[in-house]
Design a binder for this molecule. Structure first.
Ligand code: NAG
Length: 151
């Protein structure tokens, strides 16, 4: 009995080996989010290093181009998190390319540079991948903290 309960408790953890939370507004949640080096939130964002995430999602419609919008919320302040050229989602698809048709399973590799000037705060980061009409294709939130590199 106990063993059965234990297994039941464990199943969601395995199925969502996932450190991500859903976004507001019913925006589509990806199939999986793997933040490299992070097994449970808050994920450490090491100053001066890149955070890499692999995001699997399925398109619910045909899209011709996509943009990744990152938004950071720290101490109640919401700011745009600049991704520069990393925001061109279609340039970082693994094994597929834009345009995408509906019901396509794609893996997207996101790179987020963590600048050395960032303050050492806890924050949540929303990653929203939008189509050419600014409508969400995949969205998730990760709780994180900015840390200094260990020597
Ligand atoms: C974007 O909007 C145009 C015009 O309304 C429409 O034809 C197109 O299908 C839309 N694209 C997506 C991905 O929804």
């Amino acid at each position: 009995m106990l063993r059965a309960l234990f297994l039941i408790a464990l199943i969601p953890a395995l199925a969502y080996g996932n450190v991500a939370r859903v976004c507001t507004g019913n925006r589509p949640f990806p199939t999986s989010v793997d933040v490299v080096g992070c097994t449970s939130p808050p994920c450490d964002l090491v100053r001066g290093q890149d955070v890499i995430a692999f995001i699997d999602f399925t398109t619910d419609r045909a899209v011709s181009s996509m943009t990744t919008i990152a938004t950071a919320t720290a101490l109640g302040v919401v700011t745009n998190y600049p991704l520069g050229s990393n925001s061109v989602t279609c340039n970082f698809l693994q094994g597929s390319s834009c345009p995408l048709s509906a019901n396509e399973d794609v893996t997207y590799r996101l790179t987020m540079p963590i600048l050395s000037i960032y303050p050492l705060v806890s924050l949540s980061i929303e990653i929203n991948v939008v189509d050419e009409n600014q409508s969400s294709v995949a969205c998730f939130v990760v709780d994180a903290q900015v840390v200094v590199a260990s020597k």
